[in-house]
Design a protein around this ligand. Structure first.
Ligand code: NAD
Length: 293
């Protein structure tokens, strides 16, 4: 069984990005610049944005953090996005979610210039990805694709079952696995909350991608021996034996599924660490005008 190491892979990607940034700077080019907009004081959001800003420093990017009060109006936020859209020094723009209830996520997302949409959330980038055009692919699907690539997992002609159809994970993953390319060319079954006989369908999967958001939902009886298992779920559960008082588990019951699998991502240390690497990669692509030309 191969343990797919997302922590190491994400560090490899960050090192590659840092090396490229050093080259750009040595050639006298512009330093890639990511702007993050954070609305309100949500603890988790502050942690995520903080980690993104720190990662920018690590690879030599410039970063700008725009903090807005949770009482900011939708109009004011749209104006902030517009100003960043028009700022030629900024290559990538992310608006940290969730947003306060009085602000429409769709409106804000749609305001982001697709050329700077390094989260890959705008309709333009989702459409481009679907058409197999150059696109900013959302962080989690990008991270999974990169893990499959770097571990040289064969996908062509395989049966890939995806559990979950969210816009940020399951749906894009199903599109990427079915497209004509590598990784891709799989026969894909996208399952969701209305799917019948889920366990039976999962047992036919050569590649099982789980993004259901239910702790340890996938058990050994749902997995074909030799399958590749990608666990996207992250859940914090209490564990008094840990100093922090908690530990992280995934959507897959790792201890019983791992011995059956030919390759599997652990939680933590699998898909999770890849997200920031994906964001940095997309920002570098934008700085180098690789996606939209
Ligand atoms: P979501 O809640 O938006 O979607 C869950 C999906 O599971 C839905 O499409 C639903 O139809 C499906 N589902 C629910 N019950 C089902 C059932 N009984 N059978 C089949 N399908 C069922 O979740 P999400 O945003 O895609 O996230 C999924 C998990 O991944 C969560 O644990 C989340 O925390 C985690 N996550 C991790 C990362 C990462 O970087 N590793 C990124 C995003 C999400």
């Amino acid at each position: 069984m191969i343990l797919i190491d997302g922590k190491k892979t994400s560090q490899d990607i960050k090192n590659e990005i840092a090396a490229r940034v050093a080259e750009i700077k040595a050639e006298g080019g512009k330093t890639p610049h990511l702007a993050a907009v954070l609305v309100g004081n949500d603890g988790a959001s502050q942690t995520y944005v903080g980690a993104k800003v720190k990662a920018c420093e690590e690879v030599g990017f410039q970063s700008t953090l725009v903090r807005l009060d949770s009482s900011v109006s939708e109009e004011e936020l749209l104006k902030v996005v517009e100003d960043i859209n028009e700022n030629p020094d900024i290559d990538g723009l992310i608006v940290q979610l969730p947003l306060p209830k009085h602000i429409s996520v769709d409106k804000v997302t749609n305001k982001i210039k697709p050329e700077k949409d390094v989260d890959g959330f705008t309709p333009a980038n989702v459409g481009r990805m679907t058409l197999n055009w150059p696109a900013y692919v959302a962080a989690t699907p990008y991270g999974i694709v990169e893990l499959l690539k770097r571990y040289q997992i064969e996908t062509s002609g395989k049966h890939c079952v995806v559990i979950g159809r969210s816009h940020i994970v399951g749906s894009p993953m199903s599109i990427l696995m079915a497209r004509n390319g590598y990784p891709g060319n799989a026969t894909v079954t996208l399952t969701h909350s209305k799917t019948q006989n889920l366990a039976e369908i999962c047992r036919t999967a050569d590649i099982l991608i789980v993004a259901i958001g239910k702790p340890e939902f996938v058990t050994a009886d749902m997995v074909k021996p030799g399958a590749v298992v990608i666990d996207v779920g992250i859940h914090r559960i209490e564990d008094p034996s840990k100093k922090s008082g908690f530990r992280l588990i995934g959507d897959v019951k790792f201890d019983e599924v791992a011995p059956l699998a030919s390759a599997i991502t652990p939680v933590p240390g699998g898909v999770g660490p890849m997200t920031i690497a994906a964001l940095l990669y997309n920002t570098l692509q934008s700085a180098e005008k690789k996606v939209f030309g």
